[in-house]
Structures are given as structure tokens and as C-alpha cells.
Design a protein around this ligand. Structure first.
Ligand code: GTP
Ligand code: SPV
Ligand code: MN
Length: 584
């Protein structure tokens, strides 16, 4: 196979001259092609077939132990001017970036096949869909891209018709962290990633294209590309309200998007439209409309169970690729939280007999890849070209202290401040220290493809483009008591908070004004049937003025890094909140 698009043909040939693969394979996305790939990987030992009775069509992949999460310190935005990348990104001059990686790509595919993977991000017929081609020497990446995107011949035809596509070059290289780089060239709509076969480092349609490059395009074109889930909450009246929520990596997007309400919430249902990324455009009605650019789920395995997320648990029972989970002696996958006690004779994520002294049996960032269509609560709106209208946006993260369960911003500009000043404890989704609080504006710190100061200006500017923007909220499911236990039960019970959010978004709901925003009035969060003490509820819904004053210092110090790219109104919000906090 080849293509009528000369630019694509030339790029494939030119890349092959550099990387020297033994073969070039143009992916058509067919079932047959996938079966061949899976067979090749199981024969080669890079994929293990799981128990066909209990987990039909499922496989396990173990990545290199040094390659288990995104590597933010090796991720670069290469722009002509350093200020365009901003203090939130690692930066290299584009010529330097190309030079640095091209030497590593030289001959990197020798002995391997180069796969040409054409893909569409978004419903194929959506006016907001975007196209890309990933060249990769990893069959595991191809199999994952087939699940996560609309991949194959239909995508290629779209690329040929439009002539526009993002070029993504990926090679496993030698998997050495010393020779690993994830480079973005937004001025050329190009990605070059080498030395990693894992997740967002290697599935280039995901974070590299749909967030870093798309955020750059979105700013130029007047839309938003965000690290957000999209969910429909059906209320007993049958009406469905769509919400979008940005939480940092491994902070609960996948789980919230698939929420199952408790029995006391009869008539409520949640529909999943997206669980990681949202592209939002202003509609003719002045509202923000969101599409999910992805087609699959790349979810965190640990903590996923019948009890916490029955929708995900049912979804990953078939046709799923598991990465870095543990293996039972019956050929079933296992991870911490799947069952209370680990089964005997476990093989850990590195393929060794599991002993607790080696740490968790499944890697904390072990994942499942599965088509979203298998979700019991799959929303047909996932295929809707126009997307869904968003009523409320949520920002949040993991904060053991400080941030209340929920609060609402006063208006759009304050809501942008709330998103911009969000912070969260780091997780295993990225390499580095876990559990330290860092600022993660809009959960986009690792994914914004340009200067965050400009990004906040762009967000603020949406007010001029859209007459009916969503209401903005902040949530925190992770408040702890002094014994380190979560105060809020989370998961399905989060519907109680969503109920208040939906009421507020419609102009109802009881609230009290505080310096940081509107807090739920006492009793406004429905706690019928919930086993929670009055003290716990009280500490979830009150703010400590002294702690918040210190938080303002931290926020201001963070904002200072952005110099004159920081929109002035952000400092005004800090000032006003400080004054109100000091008034007691
Ligand atoms: P990425 O895919 O990395 O972007 O992560 P995500 O934001 O989709 O996070 P995910 O839903 O996969 O949750 C990550 C971890 O947080 C899992 O171990 C979950 O079990 C846990 N978690 C999710 N929601 C809640 C909650 O409401 N309360 C508590 N205590 N834990 C939660
Ligand atoms: C995240 O880290 O936010 C993820 C996983 O969703 S990855 O695809 O690796 O970026
Ligand atoms: Mn994510």
C-alpha cells in the first residue's frame, strides 16, 4: 500500500532512509492485520496471552523496567523563541532538537518493521477531528493506537482528502533513558519520540498530538484542547447534563467518567463520553461543545475493582491489553486493589516470582488499553460530530489538606484563576518523586504545548468568544484526617457533589460565600444513606484562613515565574482573596 499524498510518501521514504527498517508496513486497521501483529508479538514473547476462559482476547505486555511512565524531564517543546514554550516546558531550539534526536534515529529501526499508522483524533466525520500519521517500529504501539484512535484506511483517506496531518516519528531505539527524548515541534506540527515504548511517550496521538500540539493549534484557532474527562449525568427527570473535569494524571478522571451512583440515587445514571482528553469549541448557541478525540481507554489498573469501578471492571474483562500488571498462576491479570488479598504464586510486573519485599506486584502505573465501546455506560455521543454541550467544568487534584470537597468560582475569570492555581500531589503516572504537592494548572502542566501565561490569557479570552460558558468548580476527593485516612468515600459517592454542581450550574443549590468561592451551605450536599460523621463533613466543607493565606503566597510565587506573560487579572484575584481572608 502507499498513498496519493506526496508529502506523506516523501516523509515515509525519507524516514526509512534515516532509520533503515527491514520492512515498511502501511496499517489498514483491519482485524486481520491486528491478529497478525498479536501473533507476532506473542510468538516473540513481548505479549503474553491471558486465560481465554476468564479474560478472552486479553494480553499482557511487560515494558522495560526503566520505561514505565511518562518522562517529563525528557519531554521538550522546540520553538524558535524560548518564551513561546514558557517556564512550564523544557525547551530546545528546533534545529538543535532535530539534530539531537536525528542522530539517535539513524539506523534505529534496523532489523525491525516500520509501521505507518494513519489515525484520526475525534469522530471521523467531525469538523473538529484532526489527522495524524505515526511512524513506529513498535507493534505494541500499533496495537494500542488501533484501540486508542480511529486508525487505518479510513484515516488515510481523510488525510489524502484534506492534505493536513501531524507527523509523529517514534522508535524504541535502545530504550535507554540516556537516549530518550520526546520532542515537539509545534511550528512544524511534528513530534519525534525515541527511547520509550510506554503510554504517552509512545502513543503519539494521545498527549503529544491531542494535547501538546493541539493546545498550540487551539490557541491560534480559538478553541480549547484540555486534559479533561467528559461525562453525561442523567438526572431522574431524564435530562442529561454534560460535565468536563481536569484532574492531574492518576487523580480520578477515568473513575469519575464511569461513576456508578449508590442505590440512594435512584434515577441517576452516568454516561462516559471521554476519560482523558476534551477538545472544546464554541457552538452557534454560545456554549462550549466538547468532543473526545480518543476512541479507547488507557486507564490506571491499581485500585480498579468491582467495588470502585464496576464499569471499568466489566470493560476490561475482554479484548484488553494490560501493561505491567501482575500475573496469577491461572493466567489472569492482577493488581493491588483488585482483590483484598493477593492470590498465591503471583508473578510480578517484571516477570519475577512476587515477593512483597520487592514492592507492589503490579507497577503503580500499570494500565489497561481497551476500546471505549465495550463500556456498559458508553455514550453514543462519543461518535457525535458536534460533541456535547458542557454545563460545568471541574478542576481538582489530590490535596490531603487545604482544598475543600467542592467550591464554585464566582465567575469565568475567577474560574480561570482557580484552574491556574490548582495544585496536586504527584503520582506514579510520571517518573520522579510521588506524593509531593506541585502546581499543576488545569492539570496541563505536563501537556500544555506553549507558555502557560499565554494559555491563561487564551482561557480568559474565551469569555469574548462564547456567551454561555460553563460554570467552573474545584473538587478534592482526597482530603485526609490526621490519621491519614480519606475523609470522603469517593468513587460512586462523588455523585453527591455532582448533584450540587448541576444544581448550581442551573442557578439553584444552596451556597455560602467565602474568600475562595462559593462553598456548599450546611446540608446542601445530599448525605442521605451516607455513613459519614458530622465532623468529617464539616472539615470537608470549611476552609482554614491561615492555610489559605499561605497558599496565596505559593500561588503568587508560582505566577511570578511567568513574568509579563501572566495576565494582570491573576494578581488581582490573589490580592482580593488575600484581603478577604485577612478580614477573618
Ligand atoms: P490518568 O489516566 O493518568 O490521566 O489518570 P486518571 O485521572 O484517569 O485517574 P484514575 O481515574 O485512573 O484514578 C487514579 C487512581 O485514583 C486509581 O487508583 C483510583 O482507584 C483512584 N481514585 C479515583 N477516584 C477516586 C476517588 O474518588 N477516591 C479515592 N480515594 N481514590 C480514587
Ligand atoms: C497521564 O499520565 O495523564 C495518562 C497516561 O493519561 S499517559 O498516556 O502515559 O500520558
Ligand atoms: Mn491522563
Amino acid at each position: 500500500m502507499t498513498t496519493s499524498n506526496a508529502e506523506l510518501r516523501d516523509w515515509v521514504e525519507e524516514t526509512a532512509r534515516m532509520t533503515k527498517p527491514d520492512r515498511i508496513h502501511w496499517c489498514d486497521g483491519s482485524e486481520l492485520e491486528n491478529e497478525d501483529l498479536i501473533r507476532e508479538m506473542t510468538n516473540g514473547g513481548t505479549l503474553i496471552k491471558l486465560n481465554d476462559q476468564t479474560y478472552p482476547g486479553c494480553h499482557l505486555h511487560r515494558s522495560d523496567p526503566t520505561d514505565v511512565a511518562r518522562t517529563e524531564h525528557l519531554t521538550y517543546i522546540c520553538t524558535t523563541n524560548q518564551d513561546d514554550a514558557g517556564p512550564n516546558n523544557n525547551w530546545m531550539r528546533p534545529e538543535e532538537g532535530h539534530k539531537q534526536v536525528n542522530t539517535l534515529f539513524e539506523g534505529s529501526m534496523a532489523g525491525r518493521t516500520m509501521y505507518v499508522v494513519p489515525y484520526v483524533m475525534g469522530p471521523v466525520e467531525s469538523p473538529h477531528a484532526r489527522y495524524g500519521v505515526e511512524l513506529t517500529d513498535s507493534p505494541y504501539v500499533v496495537a494500542n493506537m488501533r484501540i486508542m484512535t480511529r486508525m487505518g484506511t479510513a484515516a488515510l483517506r481523510k488525510i489524502e482528502a484534506s492534505g493536513e496531518f501531524v507527523r509523529g516519528l517514534h522508535s524504541l531505539g535502545d530504550l535507554s533513558p540516556e537516549r530518550r527524548f520526546i520532542m515537539h515541534f509545534p511550528e512544524e506540527m511534528m513530534i519525534k519520540s525515541i527511547g520509550s515504548g510506554y503510554g504517552g511517550n509512545a502513543l503519539l496521538g494521545k498527549k503529544c498530538h491531542a494535547l501538546r500540539l493541539a493546545s498550540w493549534q487551539a490557541r491560534k484557532e480559538g478553541w480549547l484542547a484540555e486534559h479533561m474527562l467528559i461525562m453525561g449525568v442523567e438526572t431522574p427527570s431524564g435530562e442529561i447534563f454534560y460535565l468536563a473535569a481536569a484532574f492531574p494524571s492518576a487523580c480520578g478522571k477515568t473513575n469519575l467518567a464511569m461513576l456508578i451512583p449508590p442505590d440512594s440515587f435512584e434515577g441517576y445514571r452516568v454516561w462516559t463520553v471521554g476519560e482523558d482528553i476534551a477538545w472544546m469549541h464554541v457552538g452557534d448557541d454560545g456554549r462550549l461543545w466538547a468532543i473526545n478525540p480518543e476512541a479507547g481507554l488507557f486507564g490506571v489498573a491499581p485500585g480498579t475493582s468491582q467495588a470502585t469501578n464496576a464499569n471499568a471492571a466489566a470493560t476490561i474483562q475482554q479484548n484488553t491489553i494490560f501493561t505491567n500488571v501482575a500475573l496469577t498462576e491461572d493466567g489472569n491479570p492482577w493488581w493491588e486493589g483488585l482483590s483484598e488479598n493477593p492470590p498465591e504464586n503471583l508473578t510480578d510486573w517484571q516477570g519475577r516470582k512476587w515477593v512483597p519485599s520487592n514492592g507492589p506486584a503490579a507497577h503503580p502505573n500499570s494500565r489497561f488499553t481497551v476500546t471505549a465501546r465495550q463500556l456498559p455506560n458508553w455514550s453514543e455521543k462519543m461518535e457525535e460530530p458536534a460533541g456535547v454541550p458542557i454545563s460545568a467544568m471541574l478542576f481538582g487534584g489530590r490535596r490531603a489538606s487545604l482544598a475543600p470537597l467542592v467550591y464554585q468560582s464566582f465567575d469565568w475569570s475567577h474560574g480561570v484563576f482557580v484552574g491556574a492555581s490548582a495544585a496536586s500531589e504527584t503520582t506514579a503516572a510520571s517518573t520522579g518523586q510521588v506524593g509531593v504537592v506541585r502546581r499543576d494548572p488545569m492539570a496541563m502542566l505536563p501537556f500544555c504545548g506553549y507558555n502557560m501565561g499565554d494559555y491563561w490569557s487564551h482561557w480568559l479570552g474565551m469569555e469574548k468568544k462564547a456567551s454561555n460558558l460553563p460554570k467552573i468548580f474545584h473538587v478534592n476527593w482526597f482530603r485526609q484526617n490526621s490519621a491519614g485516612q480519606y475523609l470522603w468515600p469517593g468513587f460512586g459517592e462523588n455523585i453527591r457533589v455532582l448533584q450540587w454542581i448541576i444544581e448550581r450550574a442551573q442557578g439553584g443549590g444552596e451556597a455560602v460565600k467565602s474568600p475562595i468561592g462559593y462553598l456548599p451551605a450546611p446540608g446542601a450536599i445530599n448525605s442521605d444513606g451516607l455513613d459519614i460523621s458530622a465532623e468529617a463533613m464539616q472539615s470537608l466543607l470549611t476552609i482554614d484562613h491561615k492555610e489559605w493565606a499561605e497558599e496565596m503566597d505559593g500561588i503568587e510565587a508560582y505566577f511570578d515565574k511567568f513574568g509579563d506573560r501572566l495576565p494582570a487579572v491573576m494578581r488581582e484575584h490573589v490580592q482580593r482573596i488575600r484581603e478577604e481572608l485577612s478580614q477573618g
